[in-house]
Design a binder for this molecule. Structure first.
Ligand code: DUC
Ligand code: ZN
Ligand code: ZN
Ligand code: ZN
Length: 497
């Protein structure tokens, strides 16, 4: 047969165009886009009638925590590479980038990477890459950055300005930024002032305020905007090295990012569904229920949500990622509930693991909200992600002869009826979803990875195989301007300070 798969009668949506086109796939690649209906009778091993549905590049989720130790030391996040990627494909994703965590007591990042490779190998339903999570930037670890980028296909890393187990001091941040810059590695930064939130946490506890909702009080927006401003300042000191502020929730932080961008600094930003769909009121529920929405930064208020939507639409945010970091509610060892005692019936917010499940609900929630153009939706959930993290144009587009045949098919609003989100329909290994009971009018009908259907909503659900997902070596970020800016600024020069 000339083709392996044909998708006919669909409306192709990319970051730039919406057009009724048939798609032909051969040897894992998109090979032809043709006028709608024209390939309906072409010879192919399989033909899918998309029935007028949207055919888009598969979702790419570049902010995913799988099998990672909890930030508080006890146990690990709930999803394995198997369950996390299974959940990913049911939600329309074809590639994820997860974290390879370096612990503070380890002096090597290559070793952390190797350990994480072992966890993922033969276990993934979708393609995957890694970012290094650097918590001990000692000389040895820094010396390994070159190999990370040039041989291992790991061209991004994340650092934290909070959490005792992970937090870097400003001088450590500078060392990471300088070495990352020299190796064309993109640095992702979790910007919250950890010292201040620890102090506020002590103050709240001294006042006997322990309930989940006080997690918000311990992390007011100014902690985020201060740390964001500081991260931008540190980047400027290293001759304007590119950074990406992850999971931005605060409009003041977004404004600071926007100013820096306008001034020509290579500052990028990400936001997440929890800042578009949850508010701090979701933490203020009877008893311990609010713990289900404890993440950091915390969900803000309704007006802040609107500002974050605006930032997505005006380009302040380059990507919309899930920050999937699930912890079970009710698990004796790692669950959010483990901080409940007789003395503290509503637990202690200090010990509630920070993070939410969301890899499967990211695309359906964002698409159903109907607040962005379809092209913008594809841009922030797939195309920009691929560009930012060095996967483009193999991933994130549907260029014939070039792009992997990674696709998701959604049907226009309401065509598949309304879906009420319940945890029982999801494929992760977490015992709750913070979006329980919400309705969405869109859910992926098919997810296709390298030409193979891996999710078929109405015919078997998960039909892909564990282990079909491959590790993808990533190149340098190709987002317009990132490294050009660095070239223009020249090298970091002490004489020029
Ligand atoms: N930061 C993340 O990126 N994920 C979960 C927890 C956190 O603080
Ligand atoms: Zn973070
Ligand atoms: Zn995260
Ligand atoms: Zn199922």
């Amino acid at each position: 047969e000339p083709y392996d798969l044909i998708i006919t009668n669909g409306v192709c949506v990319t970051a730039s165009d919406v057009a009724a086109l048939d798609v032909a796939i051969k040897d894992e690649k998109v090979v032809l886009l043709a006028p709608s209906g024209s390939l309906g009778s072409a010879k192919s091993k399989r033909t899918i009638d998309a029935e007028g549905g949207y055919v888009m590049p598969g979702g790419i989720d570049c902010h995913v925590h799988l099998q990672e130790p909890s930030m508080f030391g006890k146990g690990s996040s709930a999803d394995s590479y198997e369950s996390g990627t299974r959940s990913a494909i049911a939600g329309g994703n074809t590639t994820i980038v997860a974290f390879a965590p370096q612990q503070k007591n380890l002096d090597s990042v290559l070793q952390a990477l190797e350990t994480t490779h072992q966890l993922a190998k033969d276990n993934c339903y979708c393609d995957y890459g890694f970012h290094l999570l650097v918590s001990n930037p000692c000389a040895k670890a820094l010396s390994e950055f070159k190999q990370l980028a040039s041989h291992e296909g790991v061209t991004s890393l994340k650092i934290y300005m909070t959490y005792t187990a992970l937090q870097l001091r400003d001088d450590e941040i500078l060392s990471v930024l300088l070495t990352a810059r020299q190796n064309r590695i993109l640095t992702m930064i979790h910007a919250e002032n950890g010292d201040v939130l620890n102090w506020l946490t002590d103050q709240l506890e001294a006042a006997k305020l322990f309930a989940p909702k006080y997690h918000s009080n311990s992390r007011p927006p100014v902690l985020e905007s201060e740390a964001t401003n500081r991260a931008i300042a540190l980047s400027s000191l290293i001759a304007n090295t590119p950074i990406l502020l992850v999971h931005v929730s605060d409009p003041e932080a977004a404004l600071r990012i926007r100013q820096a961008q306008t001034a020509g600094q290579p500052i990028f930003a990400e936001t997440c569904p929890q800042y578009l769909f949850l508010t701090r009121d979701d933490l203020d529920k009877p008893g311990f229920e609010g713990a289900k929405c404890v993440c950091s930064p915390p969900p803000r208020n309704k007006e802040d949500q609107l500002a974050i939507w605006r930032g997505l639409k005006n380009g302040t945010f380059t990507v919309l990622s899930s920050d999937h970091c699930p912890f079970r509610f009710d698990d004796a060892e790692t669950g959010k509930k483990t901080c409940i005692t007789d003395e503290h019936p509503v637990g202690k917010f200090r010990y509630i693991p920070n993070g939410l499940p969301g890899i499967e609900t990211r695309l359906p929630l964002a698409l159903s909200a109907n607040k962005m153009a379809l092209t913008k939706f594809v841009e922030v959930t797939s195309t920009n992600v691929a560009k930012l993290y060095g996967l483009y144009p193999q991933k994130g587009s549907i260029i014939p002869g070039v792009s992997d045949a990674d696709l998701v098919v959604f049907y226009p609003e309401g065509r598949l009826g309304k879906t009420t989100l319940t945890n029982s329909m999801l494929h992760h290994d977490c015992d709750y979803t913070p979006y329980e009971g919400r309705t969405v009018d869109n859910w992926p009908r098919y997810t296709i990875l390298r030409g193979n259907v891996i999710w078929d909503r109405d015919n078997g659900g998960i039909v892909g195989a564990k282990g079909y997902g491959k590790f993808v070596k990533r190149g340098k970020s190709s987002l317009a301007g990132i490294w050009e800016t660095v070239e223009e600024e020249g090298t970091f020069d002490l004489e020029a300070l």
